[in-house]
Design a protein around this ligand. Sequence first.
Ligand SMILES: Cc1cc2nc3c(=O)[nH]c(=O)nc-3n(C[C@H](O)[C@H](O)[C@H](O)COP(=O)(O)OP(=O)(O)OC[C@H]3O[C@@H](n4cnc5c(N)ncnc54)[C@H](O)[C@@H]3O)c2cc1C
Length: 334
Amino acid sequence: MEAKINKDIYDIAIIGAGAAGMMAALRGVLNNDRIILFGGNSKDKKRSRAQWVSKVENIPGFTIYKKGVIDPNKETLKFIEDSPFSENLNFLKGAGVEEILKRNGYFSLTTDSGDSYDAKYVVLATGVMDVQPEIEGSIKTIFPYANVQSVDYCIRCDGHHVLGKETAVIGHTEDAAWVAILLHERYSPPNMTILTDGKNPEYSEKVKKLLKHYHIDVITSGLDGVKGDKSKGNLEGFYFCNGSYLPVDFAFISQGMLVYNKLALSLGTDTDERGFVKTNNKGESSINDLYVAGDLRANTKKQIYTAWDTAVDALDDINGKIRNRKREEVLKTI
Ligand SMILES: Cc1cc2nc3c(=O)[nH]c(=O)nc-3n(C[C@H](O)[C@H](O)[C@H](O)COP(=O)(O)OP(=O)(O)OC[C@H]3O[C@@H](n4cnc5c(N)ncnc54)[C@H](O)[C@@H]3O)c2cc1C
């Protein structure tokens, strides 16, 4: 198929249609701006946190959804489609953005099928992904348990699941140790163990003292297998390379995040030491008119409601700029 070059210039291109991207699209459409929304190709989707979220228990009214980002996003698209603002949105569902350039005051975006689109403003909402443990040579070993909340990643979303459960935290850093300490202090699970999966623990003296005081054991042997009922997602325990076994009902993964900042970096944005994109308080990056919303933005809680809030801040700021420009034109004529 021949690649398309679109002569239209959209007001705003939104890259990513997870929690932040969909809220950005909704806000932009209701602000009466012309939006093009790129949903990501199948690889982008599979690697996104949006795809992993199942039941959401920390947002009022959300427990009705089986998939807490995907399901409400579908409803939102339907609402836009049926609304008088439907013409404001061009949603390219399976399109991943491969390249982004800034020239002559516009952004030019090229998709993985070679199509190109121009926009005056861009909102990057490509998100992040939690690093998975590699067990039996594959990151997939843990998936049957992760998809049904026997293995979780996010304290604010799912920390409460450890109540009454024999729990393990997988990770070797000081951050992972703080996850174990926080979960112990908040919920006093019957047992808490840190699994460093063959890596040396990196703990300060303060953390070492707390781990000892709270009887949080640290197992440094590599992970060699998972015991449990895959079909039901019931976790029973972990096998280690030294031949030992630890029974647990629940595990938290705390191995850091992969930050999907490739497009931001290609434009030369400032990032923090972990790769999250730095912005002002409206979400504008160090590149004029390039905004960032959701998990990709530095110094935010990595949550659905913060993804929404950062998206609204960005879209309202852009709308302010669009209206200002138009107002200046009007003022010249009166
Ligand atoms: C297992 C799990 C459970 C969670 N549970 C909760 C919870 O209960 N409550 C809560 O508040 N938060 C929860 N979170 C966190 C929440 O999922 C994230 O904070 C939220 O999804 C972030 O939104 P985002 O838009 O930044 O990224 P995402 O929602 O991950 O969306 C990223 C989007 O970018 C797209 N994309 C990526 N690259 C490209 C590209 N090049 N071109 C086009 N599109 C692209 C992807 O396809 C995807 O649509 C959970 C996370 C995980 C992993």
